[in-house]
Ligand binder design. Structure first.
Ligand SMILES: [Zn+2]
Length: 149
């Protein structure tokens, strides 16, 4: 558990605001903190993030699963230009997420060792958020009734 605003660690299971800065405390690993912070700075309501490896049935290689979850469903238009290795999905119960797309050719091209793959995927997602015109993104979100600035 970490504060998405200041990055400080919070006690396990604590869901109330960070005692240092009042920021939102979410379940996120060190590796994924920066990406989550970029989304939060852009006005997204991030709920948690995960990164990990699993062996995909029938494909014969390890898959790196990377996923950022949101407490809201955002219009797809907000995510135009997402790297090919990622997908945006609506989920049930007012939740949405950006996750890896194991079927994309870009994702398959990242079949190095686990660490390199994790790093490449984090960089891709962070790069996407860094390049985003945040104001334009928020304007589209507001227009379509999603992102709160
Ligand atoms: Zn904090």
């Amino acid at each position: 558990m970490r504060c998405i605003k200041c990055g400080r660690k919070a006690n396990k299971g604590r869901r109330h605001p960070c005692r240092h800065c009042g920021g939102k405390v979410i379940s996120v690993s060190n590796k994924m903190l920066r990406v989550c912070q970029l989304f939060a700075e852009a006005g997204f309501n991030v709920s948690r993030a995960e990164i990990g490896a699993y062996t995909a049935m029938g494909v014969g290689y390890n898959v790196t699963s990377i996923c950022v979850y949101f407490d809201e469903v955002y219009p797809r238009e907000v995510f135009v230009g997402l790297p090919e290795a990622f997908l945006y999905e609506d989920r049930q119960g007012g939740e949405s997420r950006v996750r890896h797309n194991p079927h994309s050719s870009m994702y398959r091209a990242l079949m190095q060792d686990e660490q390199t793959r994790e790093q490449s995927m984090i960089s891709l997602l962070a790069g996407f958020m860094d390049d985003k015109d945040i104001e334009a993104m928020q304007a589209v979100g507001k227009l379509l009734g999603g992102v709160h600035a």
